[in-house]
Design a protein around this ligand. Structure first.
Ligand code: ZN
Length: 672
């Protein structure tokens, strides 16, 4: 499972001053369509011992070798289309200053970003903004021998796939009642109906197996010419073999420098790639889930099944990473003091947990992104996915801090805070402490908030019905908000001063009461439970602090702003609401929970909503972000021994990176 950044959820936008709005943000490498391409940094890499640097290097090389696999998995003609476009892009000698050419280039950039011709998020096929006629003219102007024979023979297929609206419209159809395989053009099944695929796997499964194999995870299901349905397994000697061989080549080198238990873990993964055996994949995952000692770690394999409408087949992905020691220390401090926080929480003492254990979340630094994790990248990962492995051996949950850092840095200067945050002092605090405040909010929410409190005897955890998840998220957020402003945080060295809390409080109220509405369709209510939670907190606190003007709506030049006048009293209100939320949960008070949610979390003021949508869209902020990878190079001494691994200081451009990948990391034939 993965967590993705939802733009604005944490109100990540930050800005230094109005004069910087138009300045080029150095974290943004490229910008096209609805996409921002960012760079990320790898802090701490230089300080790793050489052995670990080499391990990262080998795992990083391996991560880049499966790139063609994800293109082919997403759609069977993606490699043909990508290679045709790349060949055109590198060989075209005509005019590159025309609008048509710009549109063709944009289309190629989108294909690189989505690992294919379907949008990475909506799964809908891209509409080219250039004509078929123009495209054919450009293709014909490129020398025929620039394309290999296979590409020349696939020309019509490529052109139809790009230009025919009726063909391959969606990669992933999830509309109930339709044949999800015949209506999805993801490349996980061929010539097989949904009913046939379901019957195929139902026959394999043993419902009484307490440790069930993830059947179908690493294969394409195909009706072969003889009419028999067979799995074409992704392994060495099977489908995708040329790319998997390279993935394994680098894993072998990684194994050579890894220490135990990691050596054994990598060996098990290699065994799985060699045999295609899913039991060996389970064995790998069991060892991997239990390894909490290795500083360098990785994800590498057929992992997430979001791309298969039936949820059997896994996309190839990889991330090489190592522990972010200082950020992990932060969650350890919080978790070690879990009992203190619980004992002081502003709830009825009967509903505090007597013995509370905090969860320590691991924070990592990504060193290389590959496959489905590139260029669009998760900010958190929780693996392995097999339920029985999670149940019996646990799982690893990590937050990727250098990626979230890049997201927040890239938002500087996008004009968002300027537009919606009235007071300069608030903006300054958010610029200075916003990232730290967001991190601590997440830590407190996840490591303490959800685990805090206890039910009264006899109360069922399901008592709150459909309001449960909104109320639970609200409770965890309030726990985090309340403690972020506690002097204990300064005492523990987690924050330098309470301005960190002020930054978060101002941002939270703005987001909960106002700016998050930019993500809700005009005229609709708030549905998503985290959004409901934030609205509940903001609107309840506004209402209950009204007499003292704790929080105030201010109109300047016809535009609305929400302003916090009294941070201490706001914190007291957070504490009061937390007490009530805990009471509702502990007593299973359905009616009170329902009343709170319905009064504060759901209904949107239409006039305010329209204003927010208008102001937000005028900022023209790209809703999706992805990354260019860093590059590593080996440093040798005079006799050829490796003495160091270093990060190439110059950031590679988005186009340059993809053209290099096309040259150096393209191992599969065009049709597989
Ligand atoms: Zn939560």
């Amino acid at each position: 499972m993965k967590r993705f950044l939802m733009i604005l959820t944490a109100g990540i936008a930050m800005i230094a001053g109005r004069e910087e709005v138009s300045a080029q943000n150095a974290w943004i490498v490229d910008r096209f369509d609805d996409i921002k391409v960012l760079r990320y940094e790898v802090p701490g890499f230089d300080e790793l011992p050489l052995e670990e640097k080499l391990l990262v290097y080998y795992l990083a090389e391996s991560a880049q070798c499966g790139r063609d696999i994800i293109f082919d998995q997403n759609f069977k003609y993606n490699l043909a289309i990508r290679r045709t476009l790349e060949t055109v892009y590198t060989h075209y000698k005509g005019d590159r200053t025309t609008h048509d050419w710009a549109m063709l280039e944009k289309y190629l950039k989108k294909v690189w970003f989505a690992n294919g011709i379907h949008h990475h998020y909506s799964n809908e096929k891209f509409r080219p903004e250039f004509t078929k006629k123009y495209f054919m003219k450009v293709v014909k102007s490129v020398p025929k021998d620039a394309f290999d024979e296979e590409l020349n023979s696939l020309r019509d297929v490529v052109v139809d796939a790009i230009f025919d609206d009726k063909l391959y419209a969606t990669r992933l159809n999830q509309t109930e009642g339709q044949d999800l395989l015949l209506t999805s053009c993801g490349n996980y099944y061929e010539g097989v109906t949904q009913a046939e695929a379901e019957a195929f796997y139902a026959a394999m499964e043993d419902p009484n197996d307490p440790t069930p194999i993830s059947y179908g995870l690493n294969s394409k299901l195909v009706k072969d010419p003889d009419g028999v349905i067979r799995e074409h397994v992704w392994k060495i000697g099977g489908m995708y073999s040329p790319a998997i061989e390279k993935v394994v080549y680098w894993l072998e080198l990684a194994k050579g420098v890894a220490k135990e238990p990691q050596k054994q873990i990598i060996a098990e993964l290699i065994e799985h790639y060699r045999t295609g055996d899913l039991r060996s994949y389970d064995k790998f995952n069991i060892l991997w889930a239990q390894d909490n000692v290795s500083n360098v770690d990785f994800v590498n394999g057929f992992t997430e099944t979001y791309g298969d409408p039936l949820g059997n087949k896994a996309a190839w992905e990889s991330i090489a990473n190592f522990v972010d020691k200082s950020a992990t220390h932060r969650t350890e401090v919080i978790s070690e003091n879990a009992q203190w926080f619980e004992d002081h929480s502003p709830v009825n003492p009967a509903y505090r947990k007597e013995v509370v254990k905090g969860v320590s979340a691991k924070v990592i630094t990504a060193a290389m992104l590959g496959g489905e994790c590139y260029p669009a990248t998760p900010i958190g990962i929780n693996l392995p996915n097999a339920d029985w492995i999670r149940r019996d051996y646990g799982s690893k949950s990590v937050t990727i801090d250098n990626i979230t850092n890049a997201y927040s840095k890239s938002a500087e200067g996008d004009g968002f805070l300027e537009e919606f945050m009235l007071r300069e002092e608030d903006r300054e605090r958010i610029v200075k402490y916003g990232k730290l405040a967001d991190d601590l909010m997440t830590d407190l929410h996840e490591c303490l908030g959800h685990g805090s409190g206890q039910l009264a005897p006899g109360v069922s955890p399901g008592a709150l019905g459909s309001y449960r998840s909104t109320l639970e998220e609200t409770r965890a957020d309030l726990y985090a908000l309340y403690y972020l402003g506690d002097p204990k945080m300064v005492e523990l060295g987690l924050i330098p001063n309470l301005d960190v809390a002020k930054a978060e409080y101002a941002k939270y109220m703005m987001n909960g009461a106002m700016t998050q509405l930019s993500r809700v369709e005009l005229g609709k209510n708030v549905e998503e439970s985290h959004m409901r939670n934030r609205k509940l907190v903001a609107d309840w606190c506004y209402e209950h602090g009204k007499a003292d003007k704790v929080v105030e709506w201010v109109t300047v030049g016809g535009e609305s702003y929400i302003v916090v006048n009294d941070f201490d009293k706001l914190r007291t209100l957070f504490g009061q609401l937390l007490g009530e939320l805990q009471r509702i949960k502990s007593e299973g008070d359905y009616e009170a929970g329902k009343a709170l949610v319905e009064a504060y979390a759901v209904k949107v003021d239409l006039k305010l909503h329209a204003e927010v949508v208008k102001r937000y869209s005028a900022l023209n902020i790209a809703p999706y972000s992805g990354f260019v990878n860093v590059r590593y190079e080996l440093v040798h001494d005079a006799s050829g021994n490796v003495t160091d691994v270093r990060i190439v200081p110059q950031v590679e451009g988005y186009v340059a990176q993809h053209l290099r990948y096309a040259k150096d990391y393209s191992f599969l034939p065009t049709m597989n």
